[in-house]
Design a protein around this ligand. Sequence first.
Ligand code: OSB
Ligand code: MG
Length: 371
Amino acid sequence: MKIESITFQHLSMPLVSPFETSFGRETDRECILITIHSEGLIGYGECVASRDPGYNYETTGTALHILKEFITPLIIEKDIIDALDFQERVSGIRGHHLAKAGVEMALWDLLGKREGKSLHELLGGVREKVEVGVSIGIQPSAQNLVKSVTDYVKQGYARIKIKIKPGRDVDDASAVRKEFPDLRLQVDANSAYTMQDARILTPLDKLNLLLIEQPLFEDDIWDHHKLQEQFETPICLDESIITPRHARYAVEMKACRIINIKAGRLGGLSQAVMVHDLCKNVSMPVWCGGMLETGVGRASNIALASLSNFVLPGDISASDRYYVRDITNERFILNSDSTIDVPRGAGLGVTIDEDVLKEFTLSKISFSSKA
Ligand code: OSB
Ligand code: MG
């Protein structure tokens, strides 16, 4: 596919409610929409970097820098065969996975549109709908949290994840468990604990949680192994798994029993599928994480989660959990069995609402071939 032009739009999308984690609080979600024109087709991709370097080191600012100065010159006017060809071309750029993954997503959208196939078909998905849950940020109090969980359970979400941080962990999780003895419940610490203070988390082991996500530092696969030995509850890694190699390290070191797959964190859907396949080969369950995506990234996550080894519900909630107005014309809705339908259209299967897009655009820059 000849890359004729590429556009980066820095967006700021107002969230329905603030999202607070151990690393910060977001009231508006920043991201970068990537639009590629090729052979009469338009492909969209979402770079899921945030405004602040709290989840990982990338930000919308660093991603724009890498996209404009380093990735664009490697692909503009070039004929890109597929995702692996793209990965090969950008292999000289160290890290910056969120930036790379956004472009790869747009290429998949184009590939699907050219071949008349949905992303779900291109990736080898096996499900028409995927099981989903909701990720709830830290609330002002444990009572507020229980109320929020109650609301989402009423809406039909059958799996709940709550964010934890030191001082807001065991009591919060216990309060939810007391109110909902049979709920599929899990917690996410986003690297907020050290090996020393992780002993505070011991009572979580009695709460029948599905998993404890990323308690320790992102570069601390070995200490996660030591911690996993002290817990019956499976530890799940998110931030630590940035390449298929890291997934292999985690498996070999027994650092976790479950992996959260995010195409953004891994540098692209192609890498996400590799981690999926690697885990499947060793019978390690995976699930699809989320980054508060717009409809564009959401469509990509749902297609990815339709692969066979995504056996736990994803952090892929309905559009109305995040945004009153989204940039896609399509909105994702929750079915009564806590699932969301996999998009059927070619590529990502979504179209853009240009008015909404314009309203939420902070800046826009395009590069096109000189010819
Ligand atoms: O750790 O899974 C995470 C959102 C932003 C950054 C990191 C994380 C999250 C979420 C939100 O948990 C999941 C969603 O998109 O609903
Ligand atoms: Mg996480």
